[in-house]
Design a protein around this ligand. Structure first.
Ligand SMILES: [Ca+2]
Length: 387
């Protein structure tokens, strides 16, 4: 699918709008009136920063170097609204240690070696490969898309780690466990941290087991996972017990990005090609890793995690969300990991919790916002304010 002309124009316009602050300062010196007019023209991200609307984010991810998680992390790194406290890693798309290496290398390429990476769970709470194989012999493929991630046939296993793009990052992972990082981040910044969980929910469930108060200390939790009326979605399918624990915890605000809305966000070659324009490290990443390495068969057909993350930064990408009561099937049968869902009248009591479920997307605005963030000058660690 090609980018419509009005979108391409809008992307270029937004790329131009993301000029460095010093341009604005120069205009102030020339003329107060002119600077006021220029600042009016600057993009939403700059306006938010000027109004002090940035917020702290901890991301829990099953990042592969080419995955949707990787692009979601680039969104977090590029947004002027986000102060990324750290990256916690869980087995999902790949085994944990490979994902840790991939996350560190991606951060290095993006000039953000200031962001620490915390290894978390290598295995789910209860589910495991052997049980998965046994269930599939009995019931057939048991998740939407028959996608197995780290558990796929031919996976290298948990202990073999290859250099993501031929090289390893110089920075090493932290010694702190991912769940302890999540706990500590919310203790240091109570009420301020938006936790974005875009992998299986094992690390978040472990954090809740160690410190149940983490939920109430978090500003909000955003989950990419589940599917309303679908077969089990991958993140919930890999660790259904963790998903149940997390969905039942008392988060001040809980938002779910399910398969239903992700299916409205195809990831196309045109999107990758547009993000690859220019000569920034991010453009280079899209050229070498996405375009040359992963098309015509992209690593994910839909922009699952990019959507969950971008909806935090640009809520207007969501056209329709509903308040629903979700839970997860933890009977170890053919529906293990399925999303259960009710309206207020039908819901079971107690145990179920109300959450915001995103259902319809403004795809053009979403793509436009994504490309604009990928094409703006990269936010190197050295250019950020000290914490
Ligand atoms: Ca993910």
């Amino acid at each position: 699918m090609g980018l419509p002309k009005h979108l391409a124009n809008r992307s270029l316009r937004q790329a131009r709008e993301s000029v460095p602050d010093m341009w604005c300062k120069k205009a102030i010196l020339q003329s107060a009136l002119k600077s006021w007019f220029l600042c009016l023209l600057l993009g939403a991200a700059t306006a938010e920063r000027m109004q002090g609307k940035s917020f702290k984010v901890a991301v829990d991810t099953d990042l592969g170097f080419a995955s949707d998680d990787a692009m979601a992390m680039l969104i977090l790194l590029q947004s002027e609204s986000v102060e990324l406290l750290g990256v916690s890693v869980v087995t999902g798309n790949q085994w944990r240690d490979q994902e840790v290496a991939d996350a560190l290398r991606l951060l290095e390429l993006a000039g953000r070696t200031d962001v620490p990476v915390y290894p978390g769970a290598e295995n789910p709470l209860v589910n495991n490969i052997e049980e998965m194989k046994t269930r599939e012999q009995t019931y057939g493929d048991t998740n939407e898309g028959a996608y197995k991630g780290a558990w796929r046939e031919g996976s290298p296993g948990p202990k073999r780690v290859h250099p993501p793009d031929g090289k390893f990052a110089r920075r090493k992972p932290e010694a702190t466990h991912a769940s302890d990082f999540l706990i500590e981040a919310t203790r240091q910044h109570p009420g301020e941290v938006v936790l974005v969980a875009i992998g299986p929910l094992t690390n978040v469930a472990l954090a809740l087991a160690k410190d149940p108060e983490i939920a109430s200390r978090t500003k909000a939790l955003v989950i990419m996972g589940g599917g309303v009326g679908t077969r089990p979605e991958f993140n919930f399918w890999m660790d259904p017990e963790a998903a149940r624990i997390v969905l039942r915890a008392p988060w001040p605000k809980l938002t779910v990005t399910p398969l239903n809305i992700c299916y409205q966000a195809p990831y196309t070659r045109d999107i990758a090609a547009s993000a690859a324009q220019g000569d920034s490290p991010i453009a280079h990443y899209f050229n070498e890793i996405q375009l040359k390495g992963n098309f015509p068969n992209p690593v994910a057909s839909f922009m699952y995690d990019q959507l969950a993350v971008l909806s935090v930064i640009e809520p207007k990408v969501i056209k329709r969300a509903e308040q629903m009561w979700l839970d997860v099937d933890i009977d170890h049968g053919p529906s293990y990991g399925s999303t259960l869902f009710w309206n207020e009248k039908q819901r079971p009591k107690p145990g179920s919790r109300k959450m915001e479920v995103q259902l319809d997307l403004d795809y053009n605005y979403f793509v436009d916002s994504f490309i604009a963030l990928m094409r703006k000058p990269i936010r190197r660690a050295s250019s950020l304010q000290p914490r």
